[in-house]
Design a protein around this ligand. Structure first.
Ligand code: COA
Length: 435
């Protein structure tokens, strides 16, 4: 029987679905590019009836009305990651940032820890199959956990016929309380510009990637350039928080085969897709793709079951002891930890695994060194010196693991911009790191 017949009592308009939300309620949106556009628009439409509604989200693609003064006292936002759109709201005090959890632990905040419970889940999924199972498609990461941990009667699902159908964890329409069938354009992200420095960093990083490795890559210019540099490698696999456009190109080039994977052999495993409509079309019905929530994909104990797991992420600053700051600029929160530490640890626990953290040696037109003697006040350590392994800039690779403090400092000075090396060396002497 057609799913519309089976679930006819649950099928409502977006306006009807969100009319059940009351002042003071909490709502978790499907994460990032999986945010449900029709439901968010309908909620904003009825904002005049509401007060103190808390909205919990990740990188929001907008428009979710977080910073508009017109919504003061109506919507309050809690972000588990600061994206460009939430950042100004955070600095104005309109967005809270939860800084105390790794990505694989976020579902616990929604569920067993009761920190963000009870809540509504507002999510976007694909059309169902003949068994009433819908794909989480673009985003399963904390979207599936949001549904799993929602209060009884509080799951609103937008079925978007344009959404890709990807294997892995699915939403059973039995678990939906309100079903809104509405087509919406898919949120996409573009490709970053790759400059000469980024290309050099990519060259060094790709020299560390071995044939048969399973990869995790972050997003942005650096990971994109690195992936584009891997075309001569053989039989790579994917176990990554995010699946990107560049990874699709590596499949098309025959480089990613997933043949050597020891966990989910033959499959690309990820928690979210981030790219263009072409990527979503490529993923749609692709038997090589499986998506799961972050409490599986990002769990270091799961990541490490892959042989030669290689994680490559970006950061903002590294100090001479090998501490990595990926989140703060001048003491202010700039982004979030996301799954960086999950993958750094999981990769190093894997047999033959490696964790690579890359950065440009300078910021602001070569006026600021990103290799620093020590972190300035307020800047945080995202990856501790006990966890950092390979650090890469456009000047080379520093292998920090199992090295003495002096060896680490010297290796990091060697990959700093030449104009800052003397000053860093002087500081290292003052700090007793060099003799
Ligand atoms: N003083 C002043 N400005 C500084 C600075 C400093 N010391 N250090 C950095 N900045 C500025 C840069 O100039 C840049 O500003 P601009 O855009 O105006 O030039 C900005 O801060 C940082 O931008 P950029 O280096 O381009 O960041 P990015 O988009 O490549 O993102 C991270 C880098 C580290 C923020 C990002 O990768 C991240 O959030 N990582 C943590 C999460 C993660 O790794 N998840 C992994 C799984 S997907």
């Amino acid at each position: 029987m057609d799913w519309r017949e089976v679930y006819k009592d649950k099928i409502v308009s977006a306006a009807e679905a969100v009319s059940h939300i009351k002042s003071g309620d909490k709502i978790i949106y499907g994460d990032w590019l999986g945010e449900p556009p029709a439901l968010v628009a309908a909620l904003i439409e009825r904002s005049a009836d509401l007060k103190n509604v808390e909205i919990i989200h990740g990188i929001s693609p907008g428009p979710n009305a977080d910073t508009d003064p017109a919504y003061e006292g109506i919507f309050h936002h809690t972000a588990v990651f600061l994206g460009a759109l939430s950042r100004p709201g955070y600095y104005d005090g309109k967005v809270e940032y939860i800084g105390g959890s790794n990505f694989h632990e976020w579902p616990k905040m929604f569920g067993e820890s009761k920190v963000l419970n009870p809540h509504w889940a507002m999510v976007q999924v694909s059309e169902p199959d003949e068994n009433g199972l819908c794909s989480y498609g673009v985003d399963c990461s904390f979207t599936e956990p949001a549904v799993r941990t929602a209060a009884p009667g509080q799951v609103i699902v937008q079925i978007n016929p344009s959404y890709p159908k990807v294997g892995g964890k699915m939403l059973d329409l039995k678990d939906a309380d309100y079903i809104v069938y509405q087509d919406s354009p898919l949120y996409t992200i573009g490709r970053a510009v790759i400059d000469e420095k980024i290309q050099k960093i990519a060259d060094y990083c790709s020299s560390l990637v071995e044939d048969g490795a399973t990869l995790q890559l972050g997003i942005g210019a650096l990971p994109d350039a690195i992936a584009r540099n891997l075309t001569t490698k053989k039989d790579l696999g994917i176990h990554s928080e995010t699946f990107t456009e560049a990874m699709m190109e590596l499949i098309q080039a025959g480089v990613i085969t997933n043949k050597c994977k020891t966990l989910h052999p033959g499959k690309c495993v990820f928690a979210q897709l981030a790219g263009s409509v072409d990527l979503y079309k490529f993923a749609d019905g692709n038997p090589m793709f499986e998506t799961y929530p972050v409490d599986y994909v990002n769990d270091p104990m799961v990541i490490c079951q892959n042989f030669k797991q290689t994680s490559i992420n970006a950061c903002l600053q590294v100090d001479l002891k090998g501490q990595v700051n990926s989140e703060t600029v001048k003491g202010k929160q700039f982004s979030g930890i996301g799954g960086q530490l999950d993958h750094v640890r999981g990769a190093q626990m894997s047999k033959g695994g490696k964790s690579i953290i890359a950065l440009k040696s300078t910021a602001k037109g070569d006026t600021i060194s990103q290799i620093v003697p020590f972190m300035e006040p307020g800047n945080v350590v995202t990856v501790s010196r006990y966890d950092s392994q390979y650090i890469v800039t456009e000047y080379g690779i520093a292998d920090l693991k199992h090295k003495t403090e002096r060896e680490r400092a010297a290796a990091l000075i060697a990959i700093a911009h030449p104009k800052f090396r003397e000053e860093l060396t002087q500081k290292a002497f003052e700090m007793g790191l060099l003799h």
